[in-house]
Design a protein around this ligand. Structure first.
Ligand code: NAD
Length: 170
């Protein structure tokens, strides 16, 4: 049994994440998705709750027909202990997939095999760009799997983002 771990914040889950997971699904028997910064929500950089992100990732993954586990992981104050913290929350795995330099460094120092994936249309398939578009009233739906678009609409996510971006100052 070959399990692979894919870590991300998924604020929101987009087609870049989806392409990476499509590749990972060809390489392993089971996928573990760690939803990072699970404690964060209702912030401009982190609008969606861990539960909403679990829903986004698990709905999108139905397409690949692979057994998967979606596990929220809260941040901790001490980077040097983070990999042990992650490992205490997820099933055993033999390879981790990430392009995040800090995550690569922490996993590698812990002796975990890390594989980087190609970046797909990084200018557009990017959480920052998608949240910017949501706030600006520009089109964002074509950067996200259809099932995830439906979830964001169901939870009225764009209006939440617009509301939390407002200020009560003049
Ligand atoms: P993310 O959602 O930005 O990205 C997830 C993965 O997808 C990354 O590997 C990223 O490179 C990749 N990706 C993004 N766009 C892509 C595209 N267009 N094509 C291909 N791949 C693409 O999440 P992230 O910031 O990497 O998440 C890391 C999580 O780990 C964060 O929640 C962070 O807080 C957490 N973390 C916590 C600690 C701690 O608590 N001390 C330490 C390290 C990391």
């Amino acid at each position: 049994m070959r399990r692979g771990l894919y870590l991300g914040r998924f604020q929101p889950y987009h087609l870049g994440h989806h392409e990476v997971l499509k590749q990972i699904a060809k390489e392993v028997d089971e996928i573990i998705i760690g939803i990072g910064s699970a404690q964060k929500s209702h912030e401009i950089e982190n609008p969606f709750t861990a539960g909403e992100r679990v829903l986004m990732v698990s709905s999108a993954l139905e397409e690949f027909n692979i057994k998967h586990y979606v596990i929220p992981i809260e941040d901790i104050q001490r980077n040097s202990l983070w990999v042990s913290h992650v490992n205490s929350m997820v099933p055993p795995y033999e390879i981790a997939y990430t392009n995040n330099p800090l995550v690569i460094e922490l996993l590698s120092e812990a002796g975990i095999r890390v594989k980087q994936s190609p970046l797909f249309k990084r200018n557009n398939y990017s959480g920052t760009e998608i949240r910017r578009r949501m706030l600006a009233g520009d089109k964002w739906e074509h950067f996200i799997p259809e099932k995830v678009v439906a979830i964001i609409k169901e939870i009225d996510g764009v209006n939440r983002l617009k509301t939390i971006a407002q200020s009560d100052q003049e």
